[in-house]
Write a protein that binds this ligand. Structure first.
Ligand code: MEV
Length: 313
């Protein structure tokens, strides 16, 4: 019997990095998905197949000794077959660009946890999320949990480390244009870089955190009122804060300039240093924004909010 699940990637609209320090963030799922298929096998081994490689291992290996981006799947599979006679074969397909700040690894963890554990009985979304966050920690220990949470539940949400997530019920009619710098970046090292900034500039960081917190509250009201121009202005302000904490760079800023001129607002999304930026659009400027990025040879695509979250088949 095969078990299949898919989960969406995400964009952090507001609050990346500050969320690590307890500030509220706003995220949304996007209509780009990872699909994972899992199947029991007679032989007790774990084999994982994806476009980025293959991992075939016996069970009960120490996670810290595995050097592969596929290790969250190994973690989940190993946990699932602990008291079983069978092994597992796992297949991953993804529409989400890898390592670009669009939540591909969290979507993998969520879809992986669902597809794998569903083979062994009924499982709630809450439990899948818990397993997905555990799996994500095998590659990124200090995760706030935000990415896995939005991938599981879909839509727009507020998230902070202390209160967890709260779904935003409004369904604003904006679309995003996501542009990829194709500069590799590591969330872990960008989070460390911000930690260093915070250590050296306590007062400044505190001031920026307070401003970010106020900005997020303002945006929550603007979303309710569907005020896209004003939301765009807040996006541009948030970008300035990200520049101040040192996660931007020249190429990202060139891209952001294109987005800010052609759309309502543009900023980095995710950990920065590379990865993606997004521009806020609606039907009036979506096509033109895509054209502007394409003309300047940037890889870009339109994205809508995904309201479904985790999907199991
Ligand atoms: C990474 O997508 C988002 C960060 O805020 C880190 C985190 O929330 O764990 C940079």
């Amino acid at each position: 019997m095969k078990s299949k699940a898919s989960a969406p990637g995400k964009v952090i609209l507001f609050g990346e990095h500050f969320v690590v320090y307890g500030i509220k963030s706003i995220l949304c799922s996007i209509n780009k998905r990872v699909t994972v298929t899992a199947e029991k096998t007679k032989e007790k081994k774990i084999s994982i197949n994806s476009k980025i490689g293959k991992l075939v291992l016996q069970p009960n290996k120490s996670i810290s000794k595995i050097d592969s981006p596929l290790k969250p799947f190994y973690y989940l599979a190993n946990k699932a077959i602990k008291d079983q006679k069978e092994g597992l074969e796992i297949e991953i397909e993804s529409e989400i660009p890898l390592g670009a700040g669009l939540g591909s690894s969290s979507a993998c963890c969520v879809a992986g946890a669902a597809a794998i554990f569903k083979l062994f009985g009924k499982i709630s979304k809450e439990k899948i999320l818990e397993l997905a966050i555990e799996a994500e920690k095998t590659i990124y220990q200090n995760t706030s949990g935000a990415d896995c949470t939005v991938s599981t539940y879909g839509g727009l949400m507020e998230y902070d480390k202390n209160s967890g997530f709260k779904k935003i019920k409004d369904e604003p009619n904006f679309q995003l244009v996501i542009a990829n710098s194709n500069i590799e970046h590591s969330t872990e090292s960008m989070v460390s870089k911000v930690k260093e900034f915070e250590n050296k500039n306590k007062e400044k960081f505190n001031e920026l955190s307070n401003l970010e917190s106020k900005l997020v509250e303002d945006v929550l009201k603007l979303i309710k009122e569907n005020k896209i121009n004003e939301i765009g202005e807040k996006i541009n302000q948030n970008q300035k804060f990200l520049e101040e904490i040192g996660i931007s760079n020249e190429q990202l800023e060139n891209m952001i300039e294109i987005g800010q001129i052609s759309s309502y607002g543009a900023k980095i999304t995710g950990s920065g240093g590379g990865g993606c930026i997004f521009a806020l659009t609606n039907e009036s400027n979506l096509e033109n924004t895509l054209k502007e990025f394409t003309n300047k040879k940037y890889e870009c695509f339109p994205a809508k909010i995904d309201y479904k979250g985790l999907n199991t088949f």
